[in-house]
Design a binder for this molecule. Sequence first.
Ligand SMILES: CC(C)(COP(=O)(O)OP(=O)(O)OC[C@H]1O[C@@H](n2cnc3c(N)ncnc32)[C@H](O)[C@@H]1OP(=O)(O)O)[C@@H](O)C(=O)NCCC(=O)NCCS
Length: 143
Amino acid sequence: MITVAEATSVDDELVDAFARLVPQLSGSSPPPGPAQLAQMLDAPGTHLLLAREDDGPIIGALTLVVFRIPTGVRAWIEDVVVDEPARGRGVGEALTCRALEISTEAGARTVDLTSRPTRAAANRLYQRLGFEPRETNVWRRTI
Ligand SMILES: CC(C)(COP(=O)(O)OP(=O)(O)OC[C@H]1O[C@@H](n2cnc3c(N)ncnc32)[C@H](O)[C@@H]1OP(=O)(O)O)[C@@H](O)C(=O)NCCC(=O)NCCS
């Protein structure tokens, strides 16, 4: 059975899991070290969700950020990744569904995410779970 729980402490297992998972998400971002992970766990509104099969190792992760802005409580999903051998078994779905539950409990009006069109599996997953394309330009200013 796939279980999803929030990370609550930084240990070697957590650091090793992100060392394995982040390269499967981005070729240009170094994995977070213990200090960066601790910063995430300390940040109010940041939920670091971890997936496991039964009591096995961490096989997937998702970061949810819930915050209030003038137009209401909003949420963003970022950095969804499932270990390659564990894909296609609903781990991504379980992580995303838990993020939607936490967002609902927090009173969020919307949950946003972006996904490049080439990420076919991710785009199918999000559509299956009720995400709809939003007519807006997505802008980025690199610092
Ligand atoms: C996107 C991702 C998180 C999905 O995780 P997952 O655990 O495979 O997700 P699910 O099993 O819940 O569903 C994924 C969909 O992709 C399909 N799929 C993806 N990889 C697959 C694989 N290796 N084998 C079989 N099916 C696969 C599933 O069948 C399913 O689609 P469908 O049910 O519409 O047919 C995972 O593919 C991943 O980590 N990709 C690389 C990083 C990435 O693109 N992250 C998203 C950033 S926005």
